[in-house]
Ligand binder design. Structure first.
Ligand SMILES: Cc1cc2nc3c(=O)[nH]c(=O)nc-3n(C[C@H](O)[C@H](O)[C@H](O)COP(=O)(O)OP(=O)(O)OC[C@H]3O[C@@H](n4cnc5c(N)ncnc54)[C@H](O)[C@@H]3O)c2cc1C
Length: 384
């Protein structure tokens, strides 16, 4: 066991910080659709898209652990940059890379890595949130096409992406074995979306509607019996989003630490006060512990790139809670300044708050941890 980063990992982190400062920072503040595409292209040029995607498809080819380190570093610089690094690396592309046909991999993975394409994931439905396998959206094969009917909600980044990997049912048994996935272009006939609902972190989440939506059969990623497969890849997606939480918490901690040395009260820097020192100490303990759990979960992925579910859930629960507490303490250290939107901590708190909900809520992850350690069935379904 070695807790030192390798020289290569240290270099990757330094390169990411430098490239952010030189090339990306001027673009990171523009959250418009056009601004997001410009940022995406600039990130592609700097080699920050498709971090763990294969080099023969235009990716950077990093192992999962190194990918997460870069996502964390970029997210600490800017949540817009970190989010794009995550979504184009361990996001929807993970399932396409793992299960796509050679044509799908060539088109979508290469497109994502070059900054030409963006892909969302559509799983959640009005009646299928935590109980994801209750999804009703149906896909039926009709000749050379697949016809989709149903809806999704709370889907991220639809306005800045071109496709969604839509989880849907290919059968009518009502079991999870019906579930597969289709890559749906946002200009497909029968596809429409809402204008988006603004969440606490000022991001838009969208409803998607499929009304006899027709796409070529070649867009089917997996046609049933696939929920387990999709979720095993989704664990890498989860670690990507957890690394964003780590980056946000790291930025909040560093901001508060610097502020505590500058801000004077009672004729001394507030870092002189033990009440502040203990908050900073707790923040650092939580940050280090969360980081070690995330890195441990990533290390379980080995050559497959698929992390173990137990270690992923443990890392998720600890990091999501730690990140909220770290950002909350950072706001406290800045006093009223921390509570205003003039300072970055309100946004950092708002974005990490979502981490307890998306990618499986903390309660669902605790259910999964408990099922594993007690060797009990994981199903939460009420039996009649
Ligand atoms: C910022 C953000 C981005 C998102 N992006 C996407 C996206 O891109 N694509 C997508 O498909 N979805 C996305 N989601 C949706 C997300 O996956 C769901 O919100 C999540 O799965 C929870 O579902 P729900 O909101 O319907 O909550 P519900 O399932 O209604 O849960 C409500 C409460 O009940 C608890 N609960 C439910 N079941 C149990 C149980 N068995 N034991 C204990 N407690 C339980 C939950 O933990 C929660 O506290 C996003 C959500 C957020 C906040």
């Amino acid at each position: 066991m070695n807790f030192e980063m390798t020289p290569r990992q240290l270099e990757l982190i330094e390169t990411a910080r430098e490239a952010y400062a030189r090339k990306l920072e001027p673009l990171a503040g523009d959250r418009s659709v056009e601004g997001t595409w410009k940022l995406r292209k600039a990130m592609a040029e700097q080699g920050f898209l498709g971090l763990n995607m294969p080099t023969d498809l235009g990716g950077v080819g990093l192992p999962l652990l190194d990918t997460l380190m870069v996502i964390q570093t970029l997210h600490a610089c800017s949540s817009a940059v970190g989010s794009l690094a995550h979504r184009t690396s361990t996001g929807a592309c993970g399932a396409i890379e793992a299960y796509g046909t050679p044509e799908q991999r060539e088109k979508y993975i290469r497109g994502i890595c070059s900054g030409e394409l963006g892909i969302s994931i559509g799983i959640t439905e009005p009646e299928a949130g935590s109980a994801a396998t209750a999804m009703r959206t149906r896909a039926e094969i009709d000749g050379d096409e697949v016809v989709i009917n149903g809806s999704k909600q709370f889907v991220s980044s639809i306005n800045t992406n071109d496709y969604t990997v839509v989880y849907c049912r290919f059968g009518t048994t009502g079991r999870s074995s019906d579930i597969g996935a289709v890559i749906v272009p946002h200009d497909a006939p029968g596809f429409s979306r809402s204008n988006g609902t603004i969440n606490m972190a000022d991001e838009l989440l969208f409803e998607l509607y499929f009304d006899e939506c027709r796409v070529p059969k070649s867009n089917i990623l997996l046609d049933g019996s696939a929920f387990g497969k999709l979720i095993s890849v989704y664990n890498a997606e989860r670690l990507g989003s957890i690394s964003r939480l780590l980056g946000a918490a790291q930025a909040a901690y560093e901001y508060a630490l610097a502020y505590s040395k500058e801000r004077h009260q009672f004729n001394r820097p507030i870092s002189d006060f033990q009440g502040i020192q203990w908050m900073l100490a707790e923040m650092r303990i939580k940050l280090d512990a969360a980081q070690l759990l995330v890195y441990r979960a990533a290390a379980t992925a080995g050559a497959t790139g698929l992390p173990e579910p137990l270690e992923t859930s443990i890392a998720k629960v600890f990091t999501a809670k730690a990140a909220k507490e770290i950002c909350d303490d950072a706001i406290q250290i800045l006093g009223a300044n921390g509570y205003t939107k003039e300072y970055p901590l309100v946004h950092r708190y708002a974005e990490v708050r979502g981490g307890s909900i998306y990618g499986g809520t903390l309660q669902i992850h605790k259910n999964m941890i408990a099922a594993k350690i007690l060797d009990r069935p994981i199903s939460q379904w009420k039996k009649d």
